[in-house]
Design a protein around this ligand. Structure first.
Ligand SMILES: *Cc1c(COP(=O)(O)O)cnc(C)c1O
Length: 424
């Protein structure tokens, strides 16, 4: 039996209709921006393996650091105990976050980083005896697949089977010049009920790489600050260079109260999640009363190997070489976006930093299940490129090590796909 056949016998894959999807492609090796299958066919990883890979696959520096840590300490309970990688990672990350972020809480993925942020806010008010219980969030937002994270994500086909069970959330559209007065009066109208506002800064990833302006978000954040609504900035996707700067917050003048990280945190090497917060929130849990503590934790909280991978990845991210790569990719994306915008099949091109999204013209409504996806995904694979369109939105977010030649190859295949859909 081939690996594919053995896979099909027992494995249930994420985000996959198992009856109609093509068999999973077994990958046996990764190197830089490439993945290799059993036959040695290579695929350019143009989506950074679901938005996590920063410095390329099987990066030797991260591998060497993790291997050494594996021989020193692989795991230890994180209640009552601590370890150097967790301490050093907290120190290093806080150095490059807004100065108001003072405490670090570890989990092991983006959804749980969000769950923790929500629980911190809700219990913060509860500990104070306040009745603030509502959450404010953006329509088309995405914050993860566990129940709390799902509840604060926009309602979609992904959440539909569970809709009755999701707690109520006040959804607002991302800010524009036109709707800001209305958004602000809505927040003011229910301010004393709102515990927190959760949002993806500048780019709504899973929602279709939708982008809003820093000015609009700044103004909405200033208003939330005024109304004492706690702000959770979900940087699970936008963190670690994706937007062209280290974090979404580096584009903003306002600062959030809590932040969530995962995905690129370990350079895409190991699962790890982090929720950071301001001292005031942390202090809201300090008490002689045991009941006021935050009772949340996961078995692998702050796993030393994952923390070590994150430290090594941050070191690489802060190097001149990586910063130059990020600038280079932003520039290449911009050049191509100007060219591709003029293609008759293109409805809109959106770019923030290393994220480039191209929305195809389509008669059907823009959605995840747009039929284009089913034609485009195999088309790109045939050309040796891993691109996963979100419906009729194609996006490229490459590992930062991807060469100009590889980027140009991807652009040329996208152009080819556009020209072929034109003919049909
Ligand atoms: C992917 C994502 C999450 C969820 O992270 P997982 O590690 O997949 O659970 C949360 N928020 C945003 C903005 C994301 O893009």
């Amino acid at each position: 039996m081939t690996l594919s056949e053995r896979d099909q016998q027992h494995i249930w894959h994420p985000y996959t209709q198992m009856q109609t999807s093509a068999p999973a492609i077994p990958i046996v090796k990764g190197a830089g921006a490439y993945l290799f299958d059993e036959q040695g066919k290579r695929y350019l990883d143009a989506v950074s393996s679901w938005w996590v890979t920063l410095h390329g696959h099987a990066h030797p520096y991260i591998a060497q650091k993790v291997a050494a840590q594996l021989l020193a300490l692989e795991q230890v309970i994180f209640a009552g105990f601590t370890h150097t990688p967790a301490i050093e990672l907290a120190e290093t990350l806080l150095e490059i976050l807004p100065a108001n972020q003072q405490k670090v809480f570890y989990t092991d993925n983006g959804s749980t980083a969000v769950e923790v942020a929500l629980k911190m806010c809700l219990q913060f008010w509860n500990n104070k005896g306040s009745s603030r219980q509502k959450v404010l969030a953006f329509t088309n937002g995405y914050h993860g697949d566990t129940f709390g994270a799902m509840a604060v994500s926009g309602r979609s086909v992904w959440t539909r089977p569970f809709e009755q069970l999701l707690f109520d959330v006040v959804f607002i559209d991302p800010p524009t010049k036109e709707n800001l007065p209305q958004l602000k009066s809505l927040v003011s109208g229910m301010a004393t009920e709102i515990a927190c506002f959760i949002y993806e800064p500048l780019v709504q990833g899973s929602g279709g790489m939708l982008m809003h302006s820093a000015e609009g978000l700044n103004e909405l954040m200033r208003h939330c600050r005024k109304e004492r609504v706690l702000m959770i900035q979900d940087e699970v996707f936008t963190g670690f260079g994706r937007t062209g700067k280290n974090f979404g917050c580096d584009h903003l003048t306002e600062v959030p109260d809590l932040m969530c990280f995962s995905k690129g945190l370990t350079g895409g090497t190991m699962p790890l999640g982090i929720t950071t917060c301001i001292n005031e929130i942390y202090e809201g849990f300090l008490s002689e009363d045991q009941h006021k503590a935050l009772y949340h934790g996961h078995s692998f909280t702050a796993n030393p190997l994952a923390c070590t991978a994150a430290l090594a990845s941050l070191e690489l991210l802060r190097s001149q070489e990586t910063q130059d790569h990020i600038r280079r990719i932003c520039k290449k994306h911009l050049e191509f976006s100007i060219k591709v915008e003029s293609h008759p099949q293109v409805k809109e091109v959106r770019q923030t930093g290393t994220i480039l999204a191209i929305e195809w013209k389509s008669n059907a409504e823009t959605s995840y299940f747009n039929a284009f996806r089913d034609q485009l995904y195999p088309f790109f694979l045939e050309h040796g490129i891993l691109l996963r369109p979100l419906g009729n939105v194609i996006y490229i977010l490459p590992p930062y090590c991807m060469s100009n030649e590889d980027l140009e190859y991807i652009y040329s295949v996208i152009w080819l796909a556009l020209s072929q859909t034109e003919k049909r």
